[in-house]
Design a protein around this ligand. Sequence first.
Ligand SMILES: Cc1cc2nc3c(=O)[nH]c(=O)nc-3n(C[C@H](O)[C@H](O)[C@H](O)COP(=O)(O)OP(=O)(O)OC[C@H]3O[C@@H](n4cnc5c(N)ncnc54)[C@H](O)[C@@H]3O)c2cc1C
Length: 391
Amino acid sequence: MVPRETDVLIVGAGPTGLSLALSLAQAGCGFVIVDRIAAGANTSRAAVIHSNTLEMLEPLGVADTILEQAHIVPRFSVRSRDARLLTVDFTALPTRYPFTTMISQAVTEAILEARLGALGHRVHRAFEVTDLAEGIDGVDATLRGPDGAVSRMRAGYVAGADGMHSVVRQAARIPFEGSAYEGSFVLADVTMDWGLARDEVDLFFAPEGLVVVAPLPEGRHRIVATVGEAPPEPTVDDVQRILDARGPRGEAARVREVVWGSRFRVHHRLAGRYHQGRMVLAGDAAHVHSPAGGQGMNTGIVDACVLGPRLAGIVAGRRDREALDEYVALRRPAAERVLALSDRLTRVARLRNPVLRAARNLGLRALDRLPAFERSLAFDLSGLRHRAPPA
Ligand SMILES: Cc1cc2nc3c(=O)[nH]c(=O)nc-3n(C[C@H](O)[C@H](O)[C@H](O)COP(=O)(O)OP(=O)(O)OC[C@H]3O[C@@H](n4cnc5c(N)ncnc54)[C@H](O)[C@@H]3O)c2cc1C
């Protein structure tokens, strides 16, 4: 059973919804969090947590646990076969977390949900929100429970952390503008023999498309590659072919096992508005983009950490509804920047024209000699350039 009334109904218990729940719990705000799936997802998906995200998660009591279970990577390199074109070093960033943190999304979600449990809250699972209707002083939600039974709940506010196909966004009649890229991404978490260092993420540009090789905990690597038509579940041979065609020649990889694999069709979309009346969006419900740069989950978590204290302030009567506009003013431009950055990375990596490719590689080598450029890219990728002010 779900309660009949709540201050805030959070729809979706992915990384965004769970972070928002923790943030509201921290602020002493009443909430109910529901998810239509019966158990937390156990697939890998996003694999990187950036510095600013860890800073935002620290007050929620989960940053140390994440670090204990993660693989720490202080550098990011762009390569073309055996040539190193550009290196971004995170170690000089002004933060307690001067690195990127590699960890499977399933583990991150499990850590967030365990922390929520430790604070005395739980996710109401196998409850799907099927309809939302806003009244004068609240939103009436219709939910379908595990046994198919329909129940209703009245919420002061509804937070849509329900992903790309958000029912909250649809109920609020907010457009989701953008399009899908041609082609798709192969994702695979593998064990393999890999000659390059395990303390950097390597992005290889190749005529066939990009491939990212990122070290994960337990000696694994995450492979992300653009392909025309990705197989639903990549095999060892599929991943080997990609690395043979695009990866290093000198230190050739030997793939042993695909532990998890999937394909990912990339959309590039941004919600026309982030809130409408008492309904507000965060995470993939508000923005989706290419995984290049590993920003998807991070942007959602930071949205949640910025929204939480503001929403709690409104519910407690300490803030007026303009606090939601403040959230939008801080986070919608952040999503616009992430869309632009991941779009640029995706397009530059996929250049097919050999002349343009040679010019790109020369340009990157030149930029590699400019410490200011490297530092600027580190600020962008880590999310630290636009730290949100406290609520
Ligand atoms: C295969 C795959 C690979 C990916 N790889 C990467 C990557 O390499 N790098 C990267 O940055 N990002 C990646 N992403 C994207 C990343 O996973 C998302 O950005 C991130 O999960 C967004 O979190 P979220 O909580 O906003 O939404 P989601 O994770 O989509 O969570 C939404 C939740 O809402 C629930 N829900 C939906 N509708 C309802 C409803 N009506 N009622 C109740 N519950 C509902 C869903 O069950 C789900 O649990 C990948 C995604 C996929 C699918």
